[in-house]
Structure formats: C-alpha cells, structure tokens
Design a protein around this ligand. Structure first.
Ligand SMILES: C[S@@+](CC[C@H](N)C(=O)[O-])C[C@H]1O[C@@H](n2cnc3c(N)ncnc32)[C@H](O)[C@@H]1O
Length: 200
C-alpha cells in the first residue's frame, strides 16, 4: 500500500514555537478541534505534546484527511482522533462541542466565508472561557506590511482572487460578533502571528 502521509516544510519550522504557547492557552482537559489540519503533522505533534487533551483533526480535502489518517496510524498517538470532514464555511459542522478550536494557516488561503464560518462555529461550539487559537500571517491597521508578507499576499491573490492576507482587525470584528473576545496577539517567527480569542 502506498504511503499517504504528506509533509509541509513549514510545519517543521512552526510546530515547536506554536506548541510552546499552547499549554498556557488551552484548557487542562477536553477535546481540541483543529480546523484545516492539512497534512496532519501538527495534529500528531500537538497530540503527543499535550497528552492530557484529545486532539480532533479535520480538513475538507479528502487527500488531507488520508494523510492525517496515515500519520495517525503510523505514529499511534492514543489521544489523536480520526480526522473529520469539516468545511469551515459550511453552516453545519459534524461536531456539537469543543473545549478549544485551533486553526493554523487557513484564513488567508480560503475565501472569507471560511473565516465567517469558523467564527460562527467557534461561537456555537465553545463553552464560556474556551479559546479559539489562530496562527498565520496577517495585515494589521497601523503596521506596514512586511515585504515577505506583501509578496505572499500578491502570490495568493494571483492563485485565487478570493484568497489573501486578512486584516487582523476584520477577523477580530467577526469574532467579536460571535461572542469571542480578542485576548492575545503573539508575534511569531517569519512574520506570523498567534491570535487567541476567548469565548465570553
Ligand atoms: C496552507 S494549508 C494549512 C494546513 C495546516 N494547518 C498547516 O499549517 O500545515 C490550508 C488548509 O486549509 C484547508 N482549507 C481550505 N479551505 C478550507 C475550508 N473552507 N474549511 C476548512 N479548511 C479549509 C485546506 O484543505 C488545507 O489543508
């Protein structure tokens, strides 16, 4: 049987800086729903690094889910659950509860409807005080865009006019409307941000 595991080079660079932050942000127990898990490498790494939490990966793409499932089988991490098919833009998700939601590098590489859906679902699924954690590149009011992010933004828009780096303030307004308060913005390597919202 062919090996369906995929790798994304950025994961090796960002997974430890992200994991370093997570224990202070995530709850002491429960299920973390990861949206847009991609290859599944983050899911394996975070589930292994946070054995007190159940890690629920998901992706709308069948090849991504096959990769996540293949990593899960190869690595045998007991608290890593089987991947779910979740399109963030869909009005209904196949889950009714999560104790935290994590979404890495999706918001700029999907139509804005995916961000709207993500915020609506986080508002619906999370209990009070539960976090929504985002990671990726953003534009910010009052900050000049970094040259590498400007080039990335142009490249994304060339590939799909509905993609592109979002204004953090627009994302925060969308979150606010769903009962999620912006708690923390952490500058990360390579001009990325970790953005933490907390359900009121
Ligand atoms: C750049 S990859 C990031 C994957 C992974 N989080 C990472 O950082 O390596 C973007 C991912 O977003 C997923 N995606 C795109 N549109 C989506 C949507 N509407 N809902 C959920 N995921 C989506 C893609 O299938 C892909 O796996």
């Amino acid at each position: 049987m062919s090996d369906l595991r995929r790798t994304a080079p950025a994961v090796a660079r960002n997974r430890d800086p992200i994991l370093d932050l997570l224990p202070d942000i995530l709850p002491p127990s429960g299920t973390v729903l990861e949206v847009a898990s991609g290859t599944g490498e983050h899911a394996v790494h975070f589930a292994r690094g946070l054995p007190h939490l159940d890690w629920q990966p998901s992706d709308p793409d069948a090849d991504a889910r096959a990769s996540i499932a293949a990593w899960r089988e190869a690595e045998s991490v007991p608290n890593l659950l089987a991947p779910l098919e979740i399109d963030a833009a869909a009005p209904d998700w196949p889950v009714s509860h999560a104790d935290a939601v994590v979404c890495i590098n999706m918001i700029h590489i999907s139509p804005w409807a995916a961000t709207e859906g993500l915020m609506a679902a986080a508002g619906r699924l999370l209990p009070a005080d539960a976090p929504l954690v985002l990671y990726g590149p953003y534009r910010r009011e009052g900050h000049a865009i970094e040259p590498s992010n400007a080039a990335f933004d142009e490249d994304l828009k060339r590939r799909n006019p509905a993609w592109g780096l979002r204004l953090l303030e627009d994302v925060a307004r969308r979150a606010e409307a769903q009962g999620l308060t912006l708690e923390r913005v952490v500058e990360m390597p390579a001009n990325n941000l970790t953005v933490v919202f907390r359900k009121r």
